[in-house]
Unconditional design. Structure first.
Length: 186
């Protein structure tokens, strides 16, 4: 799968395979972030007491490196259209990939941070924002476009499920964010 020319990458792949409990299939393509560790460590070193809230598309390591996800999560956006070629529209398109939240949690613990909360956008919004909005205004009174936007933000299979929130803390008592906890999935 990975040649001897890049031992660091080969070791990382072996570590992932050990963590998820299976060997990644041949021709498997995915992303590995080498910078997330340094970024989280640097934040931990900067704060004596505080919190870091990470909000992004992402999932646990087992889901991130699922055999069914053989093409990774990298996606490019140019003029409101998606493509999967980071070498097209050089300098003109956004390039992104999802976050491996298990890797974030592991580095956080190693760096002296605590994972205080981990949930998805749907649960967070329903518990904090949408519930109050819906209590104060009947859902049927929302206009169609607003209703569709709310659905996109909270429904499974949309942003509500794919966006995750992870609260990392240092020296804070019982901090958390609302929303059903998914810490055990990390």
């Amino acid at each position: 799968m990975v040649g001897d020319e890049d031992q660091e990458l080969a070791m990382k792949v072996k570590s992932i395979e050990s963590s998820v409990g299976y060997q990644l299939p041949e021709n498997y393509t995915s992303e590995i972030s080498y910078n997330i560790s340094a970024w989280i460590r640097s934040i931990s070193e900067l704060i004596n007491k505080g919190a870091l809230l990470i909000i992004d598309y992402g999932m646990s390591e087992k889901d991130y490196y699922s055999p069914e996800r053989k093409d990774g999560t990298l996606i490019c956006h140019h003029r409101h259209k998606n493509n999967y070629n980071p070498f097209s529209y050089l300098g003109l398109q956004d390039i992104s990939c999802w976050v491996n939240f298990t890797a974030c949690a592991e580095v956080a613990y190693e760096s002296g941070l605590e994972v205080s909360s981990y949930t998805n956008q749907s649960n967070f919004l329903i518990d904090n924002i949408a519930k109050d909005s819906l209590d104060n205004k009947s859902f049927s009174s929302y206009d169609y476009l607003t209703s569709q936007a709310i659905k996109k933000l909270i429904l499974p299979g949309e942003m509500g499920e794919f966006f995750k929130l992870m609260l990392l803390t240092k020296n804070l008592e019982s901090p958390s964010i609302s929303g059903r906890s998914f810490i055990t999935r990390l």
